[in-house]
Design a protein around this ligand. Structure first.
Ligand code: ATP
Ligand code: MG
Length: 404
């Protein structure tokens, strides 16, 4: 079915009192970004609702994209109809012919903000209900939890008919919580962490540590591809590649095996924090999950975290691996993440890193390294590129076709 308008209901932002206006503006901007390839589409954002006027753009293409925008509770695609009972009846009948399979119960729900309309809501419900029964004499009306709820809204400029309510992505509009640096490896956990941070309104930039030639071009590409999987929620994401080879070689040369992992992680965190400052971020996000590996014991986290007081969000820290994988499958990063390209940590990983690194020992070992110099050199070698969505439209339409 082709719709002419989509009525969007806001998510949690309605509870945000005085910030409401800026939330709505941000959401409108994000919707515009997600629907950039539909130039004719117009957005009208009111206090309570957002209306997308399709102006001939294909609703089947628009809907799957809209479903990924955070800050939307749900939305109803609707058809604009001339404000006369006859026109409403004709379109209501058309809709029912298209969606009624002979099984469903139905109900008409009318609402009017234009009180000059010739029928009141009760009469209009009766009138359209009768029209449907005239076409399908066996259909059953049901007031509580009908299978089909055909809604009609009489507004000042026109009338609107809709029957579907599609669940939105929930969360807060990306950007309303400020900016954060996502430490993105090539694994399963960090993309999920990035997705969850975006869901709570954080605008992310991806920071990836690469150690060529120890890490391959494919490993780098994989990190970029994972970033691309996160772009539909925002439009585009900055990908920041950090040259990490020198640092890993130095650590390996000057410190004992058991401490490589802890010192490596401290260097990553220091550099990420410096990038955060440069890029005006407020927070760091990573994919650490408690107890998963040696670097993710609480003792390790304490020793690693000591290099900064910047808040670190660890969205998956208390999740089980199976729960993380479920989300990775939902956002379509799982298949990519399990491709076997070694990242910088696996390559330099000693067989038995310390699970209880001692902070004073770590600090003493680090005096053997030119920490400041290595950070400065890594920062001058940053490569920054914007990653944008590529996914073919047809693929998305197929995936979401059964929703309507
Ligand atoms: P992931 O599945 O995200 O790779 P992991 O379970 O493999 O996580 P680690 O390898 O210990 O765990 O990494 C912990 C976190 O450190 C990652 O989730 C990520 O946030 C960060 N990290 C690890 N390697 C890199 C890298 N090469 N570049 C950027 N961040 C990294
Ligand atoms: Mg990893």
């Amino acid at each position: 079915m082709q719709y002419t308008e989509i009525m969007v209901r806001y998510g949690e932002l309605s509870t945000k009192g005085k910030n409401r206006r800026s939330f709505i503006m941000q959401l409108a901007q994000n919707v515009r970004g997600a629907l950039i390839e539909f130039p004719a589409l117009k957005i009208h954002a009111d206090r309570d609702r957002m209306h997308l006027i399709l102006n001939g753009e294909d609703s089947n293409l628009v809907i799957p994209k809209l479903q990924k925008v955070f800050g939307i509770q749900n939305f109803s695609p609707s058809i604009r109809v001339e404000k006369t009972p006859e026109a409403l009846r004709a379109v209501a009948e058309d809709i029912m012919r298209e969606i009624y399979t002979g099984e469903e119960t139905f109900k008409i729900t009318a609402k009017r903000s234009d009180h000059g309309f010739e029928m009141n809501t009760h009469d209009l419900q009766q009138f359209l209900g009768q029209a449907v029964v005239d076409v399908f004499p066996d259909i059953k009306a049901q007031m509580k939890r009908p299978d089909i709820n055909l809604r009609v809204e009489i507004r000042r400029d026109a009338a609107f008919l809709s029957f579907a309510t599609i669940k939105g992505a929930g969360g807060l509009p990306v950007g309303t919580s400020g900016r954060g640096m996502l430490m993105l490896s090539g694994g399963i956990d960090s993309p999920v962490a990035g997705y969850l941070a975006m869901k709570r309104g954080v605008e992310i930039e991806a920071v990836h540590f690469a150690s060529p030639p120890y890490t391959s071009e494919q490993a780098l590409q994989k990190a970029k591809d994972l970033t691309e999987k996160l772009t539909p929620y925002v439009g585009s994401i900055q990908f920041i590649e950090v040259p990490f080879t020198e640092i890993q070689e130095e650590i390996k040369k000057h410190t004992p095996k058991g401490y490589w992992m802890t010192i490596t992680r401290r260097m990553m965190l220091r550099i990420t924090d410096a990038i955060r400052e440069m890029r005006k971020g407020l927070v760091i996000i990573n994919g650490e999950s408690l107890g998963q590996v040696a670097s993710q014991t609480l003792h390790s986290m304490l020793a690693i975290n000591e290099v900064t007081t910047t808040p670190i969000i660890r969205p998956v820290v208390t999740m089980d691996k199976t729960e993380i994988i479920e989300l990775a499958e939902k956002i379509d990063t799982f298949e990519l993440a399990i491709q076997p390209f070694e990242d910088c940590c696996t390559i330099f990983a000693p067989p038995q890193p310390k699970t209880r690194p001692k902070l004073d020992k770590v600090q003493a070992l680090e005096t053997r390294l030119d920490i400041e110099g290595m950070i400065a050199r890594a920062l001058t070698g940053l490569k920054i590129e914007a990653i944008t969505p590529e996914k073919s439209q047809q693929e998305m339409v197929d995936a979401f076709a059964d929703l309507l």
